[in-house]
Ligand binder design. Sequence first.
Ligand code: S3P
Length: 442
Amino acid sequence: MHGAKPIPKSFAASGPLRGIVRVPGDKSISHRALMFAALAVGESRITGLLEGEDVLATAAALRAMGADIVRADGTWTVHGVGVGGLMQPETALDMGNSGTSTRLLMGLVASHPITATFTGDASLSQRPMGRVSDPLSLTGAEFGASPLGTLPLMVRGICPAVPISYRLPVASAQVKSAVLLAGLNTPGITEVIEPVPTRDHSERMLKGFGADLSVETDAEGVRTIRLMGEAELKPQDIDVPGDPSSAAFPIVAALITPGSEVTVMNVGMNPTRTGIYKMLEAMGAGLTYRNEREVGGEPVADITAKHSALKGITVPPEVAPSMIDEFPIFFVAAAMAEGTTTASGLEELRVKESDRLAFMAAGLTAIGAKVEEREDGLTIEGNSGKPLTGGAMVVSALDHRIAMSFAIAGLATEGGLQIDDMSPVATSFPGFEDMLSELAGK
Ligand code: S3P
């Protein structure tokens, strides 16, 4: 696991970035593919799975609860235990850095007659889990956590659990999914009401696995998701598309580096994930989408980005959930734009793998950008395409997306920059630095 030994690295201005690359599989879909396959009866096969530390933590936990998961020639084969068939893990489940693994698996365990303890690294151990244990407690499951509601945390599942109707108080696909996953092994209808839409991979994939799930959207855009338990899941073959969150790094790198043209193949284009591309286009980014198609029930395209003169914008707060993981790299694009960029309504960024508003503001300021940090967002005065000063050491704070965002920012500095620790990148983007070198022709 990363974090054992920091890996400091320097990044400096590069010539034009050119080439055609792929990024690893979608992290959200990879976690769900393993979990749903582990609950199906029979053999599922998964290709394109993200083989990063976060997803490997999910695989290890599912194995510890009885699923048979093997990898051969890049294909992952899963023999599921069936809904209701998860077994008591013998030791604590180590979730590493992965909030998605923790929160979704808490949902699964809640409606099984087992007890599991979740542990994690220093970053994950600071993240709020009450947002998941609160609704799951209503089903009858019991939770024991440290006083602040953080890991280490024990879940005592209950079977049969009580089906609940839950209105999400925060826009969170993880909370939505945890409640739905508990509903899989709960007799009756589990309902989640989602006032602000978040990524809908759980809904799409559960339907694909044969669950009885419906989604209703009212005139105000409020979504009501109903899942009938106990569900029977049928094994599936899944091809995981490239992660739009990972693709944002080479794409922003091309947009801010003069002379660049980069194509990223096979990128997921689910509308609940593409806010970053819409906002970059609103800034004047030259993006082209080709070969638009469906892969595994998800829209996919090849995206080409050309160096562009970006202009500052105001990001509407309602767009935030569809680009929630992309704000760190978006702030780098904003620092290179002409004019002011303002983004608000981003309180959730303070409880991600790090406090992303604080660490992005601090790092960007250290390399010469003009940034104002507010409680719920940032305002950035762009440098009109001119390189930032650089010359500083920035902190990645056990956060893969902070590390990768500053690696890209380094390309747009006069003096380069140093990152104290690049090891977190292994959670979501193995091969990130090799991809950058390939695009720079090094
Ligand atoms: C995810 C949901 C989001 C996102 C995370 C992955 C998911 O978290 O930030 O990287 O796979 O459901 P929240 O639900 O906390 O917004």
